[in-house]
Design a protein around this ligand. Structure first.
Ligand code: ADP
Length: 287
């Protein structure tokens, strides 16, 4: 300002804006908040889709395992039926009534096995769609447990195992469906046998409180990890991954157990230690 004769400024004017930052900030604050909000939404959307992706991958792995297991379990009966049919067609055998009857028996047994497999899968999907009607009557659950133990007794003896009962419940009448409750107990017992290796040693305890009937099925088998314990009641979950056939299964048994117990307004949970064994506890309301 005011240049002198040498063309140099005589005065200098300084301007300062003490509230410049505040002013700028208040100007862009709206847009800043909005961008932060959108960044937040993008992060949530991204992690959501990542989570879904991982979930889908797991489901597809589980499906492959399931299909492999199913195929394997169908392959044996189909092969046996084929062999039996070929044998019956043999002119030497077709006239031998006894042999034909024996082969027909084999075909019927294998057919029954496949039917049971399909029934297992259908039962769980019917349960899921709430199409399974559960009629309830008065059931003495001690009798149901005895009945279930009878079902698996051959399996236990063939493995040199033992099931002991410790019935300590004073009242044991509940309102329930005998057929499904027997299946529930058989499923837990079968698992205790399957996952126990040689000579399974199983104990069944019962007790009653004012409102509940409680039974525990304890095995001394392979047990399971803490993370497995959280998932065993999920559909298709199996601790052993892949196409493993030394211990057969589809991972549906315990999902069915949970559905049925919940339909009886009860609860089921597991306590287990890897290598030590497992205890499955079922709590059902008394009448
Ligand atoms: P599966 O047909 O595989 O036996 P389940 O639903 O009955 O399916 O069981 C799910 C998984 O829980 C099994 O694959 C197994 O890993 C684990 N499991 C169930 N019962 C026992 C048990 N008594 N001891 C150890 N692991 C068990």
């Amino acid at each position: 300002m005011f240049y002198n004769s040498e063309n140099e400024p005589e005065y200098l004017l300084y301007v300062s804006f003490p509230e410049k930052n505040d002013h700028i900030l208040s100007d862009i604050s709206n847009i800043l908040l909005l961008s932060l909000f959108f960044i937040f939404i993008i992060i949530i959307a991204f992690s959501g889709s990542l989570y879904q992706l991982i979930k889908q991958k797991k489901i597809s792995e589980i499906k492959t395992d399931f299909i492999n297991n199913m195929t394997h379990e169908f392959k044996t009966p189909i092969a046996t039926i084929n062999l039996a049919l070929d044998s019956i067609k043999n002119p030497k055998i077709i006239n031998d009534k006894d042999k034909v009857l024996r082969y027909i028996g084999m075909i019927r047994d294998e057919n029954k096995r496949m039917h049971t497999q399909v029934e297992n899968v259908l039962r769980i999907s019917r349960l899921e769609k709430n199409q399974l009607e559960i009629s309830k009557e008065i059931v003495d659950i001690h009798d149901t447990i005895d009945d279930a133990i009878n079902h698996v007794s051959l399996l236990v003896t063939s493995k040199n195992g033992d099931i002991s009962t410790h019935f300590e419940a004073i009242t044991s009448e509940i309102s329930g469906n005998e057929f499904h409750l027997t299946n529930v107990i058989v499923n837990i017992l079968e698992n205790a046998i399957k996952y126990s290796g040689d000579s399974p040693n199983i104990d069944v305890y019962t007790e009653s409180t004012n409102k509940f009937f409680i039974f525990k099925i304890k095995d001394e088998g392979i047990g399971m990890s803490k993370s497995a314990q959280k998932m065993v009641f999920d559909k298709f979950y199996r601790e052993q991954k892949g196409n493993i056939h030394d211990v057969k299964g589809h991972g549906l048994g315990l999902a069915y157990v949970k559905e049925i117990v919940e339909k009886h307004h009860g609860t089921v949970f597991v306590e287990s230690e890897k290598g030590e064994g497992s205890i499955f506890t079922v709590k059902l309301p008394l009448i």
